[in-house]
Ligand binder design. Structure first.
Ligand code: NI
Length: 170
C-alpha cells in the first residue's frame, strides 16, 4: 500500500466523469488499498479515485467516528437510485479543496447501488452522515465538488483565496 498525492482545486483532472470499472483485478485492489491508506493518512472520511489521479469509478469511506474502530468500505460504480428529503450538511469539507468549509444542502435519505471491490452487487440505504459522505464522494465521480453546491458569492470568495494561496506557494 502507498500513500498517494491528492489533487486539489483547480486541477482540471477533478472535473472529469469517472469511467465504470469493468475488471476486478489486482490493479483495482491496489488502487482501493492506496485510496484507503491515503484517506486515513490525511485524515478524511471519504475519498474518490479521481482525487488521486485515477479515472475509475471508485470511492472509499469510513464513517466510524470512534478511534481504533476503523471500518473502511469501498464502492465501485456507485449510483444514487433514490433520494428523498433535505438536510444541511454542516461545515462540509474536502481534501481536494484545502482550507475551506461550508454548509451544503444535501438529500437526507438516499439509496445507492454499486459493486463491492470484488464485483458483488451492493445496495445501501443511507441517511444522516453516511448519506452526506456518499453524496459528496459520488459527486466527485461526476466531476462535481462541494463548492459547486454553495452560493456563487461564497464560491467566488474561495476561488480568490485559493488563487492567492497558490501564488504564495510558488
Ligand atoms: Ni471531497
Amino acid at each position: 500500500m502507498a500513500i498517494r498525492n491528492i489533487l486539489t482545486y483547480p486541477d482540471k483532472f477533478l472535473r472529469q466523469t469517472a469511467k465504470p470499472v469493468t475488471a476486478f483485478n489486482d490493479d483495482l485492489q491496489v488502487l482501493i488499498d492506496d485510496m484507503i491508506e491515503t484517506m486515513y493518512d490525511e485524515p478524511g472520511v471519504g475519498l474518490a479515485a479521481v482525487q488521486i489521479g485515477s479515472d475509475l469509478s471508485v470511492i472509499v469511506y469510513d464513517v466510524t467516528q470512534t478511534e481504533g474502530e476503523r471500518r473502511a468500505e469501498a464502492l465501485v460504480n456507485p449510483k444514487i437510485v433514490f433520494r428523498e428529503g433535505s438536510v444541511l450538511s454542516e461545515n462540509e469539507g474536502c481534501l481536494s479543496v484545502p482550507d475551506f468549509r461550508s454548509d451544503v444542502k444535501r438529500d437526507a435519505h438516499i439509496r445507492v447501488e454499486g459493486l463491492d471491490r470484488h464485483g458483488n452487487p451492493v445496495d445501501i440505504d443511507a441517511d444522516e452522515f453516511l448519506a452526506i459522505v456518499l453524496q459528496h464522494e459520488i459527486d466527485h465521480l461526476n466531476g462535481v465538488l462541494f463548492i459547486d453546491r454553495i452560493s456563487s458569492l461564497k464560491r467566488e470568495m474561495y476561488k480568490r483565496k485559493r488563487k492567492k494561496q497558490l501564488r504564495q506557494q510558488t
